[in-house]
Design a protein around this ligand. Structure first.
Ligand SMILES: *[C@@H]1O[C@H](CO)[C@@H](O)[C@H](O)[C@H]1NC(C)=O
Ligand SMILES: *[C@@H]1O[C@H](CO)[C@@H](O)[C@H](O)[C@H]1NC(C)=O
Ligand SMILES: *[C@@H]1O[C@H](CO)[C@@H](O)[C@H](O)[C@H]1NC(C)=O
Ligand SMILES: *[C@@H]1O[C@H](CO)[C@@H](O)[C@H](O)[C@H]1NC(C)=O
Length: 407
């Protein structure tokens, strides 16, 4: 807060602190290149998978033509390794001329012509994690450049900087983005670089400047990685869950459904939990080549409805008994409807029967609830506070229910 106070003295901040750019009223959705395509710049040997304007155009075409965009997947996000190794003579960032021959503005126009949005990546330090020019000492110019190009979102990473500088650097970039006059959704990696420090991130402060933020390590294409992230969010160190709401969301990182690392049941776990956590849904997969059952999961309208509930409440783990966990997310109206997930994070064996007392889920309205199994959409009838629902949970799997209160 002291930093914010200095910035205010310098006239860099309005008196009322609260990020108010009108964006991310519900968790943003889209596609992001990093997890699947990393820093593959080899367009000679691997033209189909390298970081290039073709890759983003093709993903955009699939978002629209395969039905993702109309469900809300609107952002197409460039990640690291898009730049030229040098700034231009005017000090401005420039895209790699071979891989992005038409430049970034052309890509932004392309996205906008399809009703999509373009996101871009930079780093608060002197270099990006991949070694490309960073924004340190160029924050204002880079914000202006992104706005001039028509960029709609910025993910600002935190490699190559002293973490102590972040407390002024991230707010400063937020200020310069705002100053451009272009609404640009601001994703900060800030807390992910200090979650292990003492006293740890001040999430209330971070929410004053960033729309979404990465709390923790990058996701990998593996079940271990997904489980590890779920555990981090369950523990909620620093109480970040309570900060989530319209305009501000915790980001447990990309959706890896459709890649190599997860079984079908494990893909369901990621979708269920990211929906319950009101997480941004940025797929990082190859939309040109995706298993039909994975595509169905990504496009399941009931899962998306839970994720996009306009109260924006981040769900929590309410119970853990060995490898069984129960998570709930209060939803409209007034938090009285709830999505609930029952997980079995251990692997091996077969499906197990669980008797689930509705009281345990905090479902106590006298009128009862209309209950639906979310993956299939099967309506199960009316359950009351003293009902016990019998469910089956697969190993490394999840049951996802929706108890609707709408009398
Ligand atoms: C800039 O911040 C002000 C004050 O919070 C807000 O009203 C305005 O909409 C913001 N503009 C943009 C482009 O983010
Ligand atoms: C988080 O909440 C708990 C319980 O309400 C409280 O004891 C703790 O001090 C809080 N921690 C932070 C970092 O706000
Ligand atoms: C969870 O799965 C393990 C093995 O995968 C199984 O032994 C255990 O009974 C399951 N627990 C519950 C409560 O379903
Ligand atoms: C359950 O659904 C029926 C049919 O839509 C509706 O009339 C009833 O009010 C709902 N009950 C509750 C508790 O939401």
């Amino acid at each position: 807060m002291i930093i914010a106070w200095f910035l205010r003295i310098l006239g860099l901040l309005p008196l009322v602190l609260a990020l108010n750019n009108g964006l991310a009223r519900t968790p943003p959705m889209g596609w992001l290149s990093w997890q699947r395509f990393r820093c593959n710049t080899d367009c000679k040997e691997d033209p189909y998978n390298c970081i290039s304007e073709d890759l983003y155009r093709q993903m955009a075409d699939h978002l629209v033509n395969d039905g993702y965009a109309k469900l809300g997947y609107k952002y197409v996000n460039i990640d690291d390794c898009w730049m030229s190794m040098e700034r231009g003579p005017d000090g401005r960032l420039q895209a790699d001329p071979d891989r992005f021959p038409h430049g970034i503005k052309y890509l932004a126009d392309y996205m906008h012509s399809k009703g999509l949005k373009l996101g871009i990546y930079e780093d608060f330090g002197t270099k990006t994690c991949g070694g490309y020019p960073g924004s340190k000492f160029y924050l204002e110019l880079d914000a202006e450049t992104f706005a001039d190009w028509g960029v709609d979102m910025l993910k600002l990473d935190g490699c190559y900087t002293d973490t102590d500088d972040m407390a002024y650097g991230y707010p400063a970039m937020g200020f310069f983005l705002n100053k451009t006059g272009r609404p640009i959704l601001y994703s900060c990696s800030w807390p992910a670089y200090i979650f292990d420090s003492t006293p740890g991130p001040d999430y209330q402060e971070i929410a004053n400047f960033c729309n979404i933020w990465r709390n923790y390590d990058d996701i990998d294409d593996s079940w271990d990685s997904v489980k590890n992230i779920i555990e981090f969010y369950a523990n909620d160190k620093g109480n970040f869950t309570e900060v989530a709401g319209p305009g501000n969301f915790n980001d447990p990182d990309m959706i890896i459904v459709g890649n190599y690392g997860l079984s079908y049941d494990q893909e369901k776990v990621q979708m269920a939990l990211w929906a319950i956590m009101a997480a941004p849904l940025f797929m990082s997969n190859d939309l040109r080549n995706i298993r039909p059952e994975s595509m169905d999961l990504l496009q399941n309208p009931r899962i998306i409805m839970i994720n996009q509930d306009y109260l924006g409440i981040q769900g929590r783990r309410i119970l853990k008994m060995g490898n069984i966990e129960i998570w709930t997310k209060p939803m409209v109206p007034e938090g009285k409807s709830k999505a609930y997930a029952v997980l079995n994070l251990s692997s091996g064996g077969g499906p197990t029967k669980i008797d689930l007392p509705f009281e345990t889920l905090g479902l106590t309205e006298k009128e009862g609830y209309n209950v639906t199994e979310v993956f299939s959409g099967k309506y199960l009838g009316v359950f009351s506070a003293n009902s016990v629902q019998t469910i089956w949970v697969n190993p490394s799997g999840v049951y996802l229910g929706f108890a609707s209160f709408d009398p």
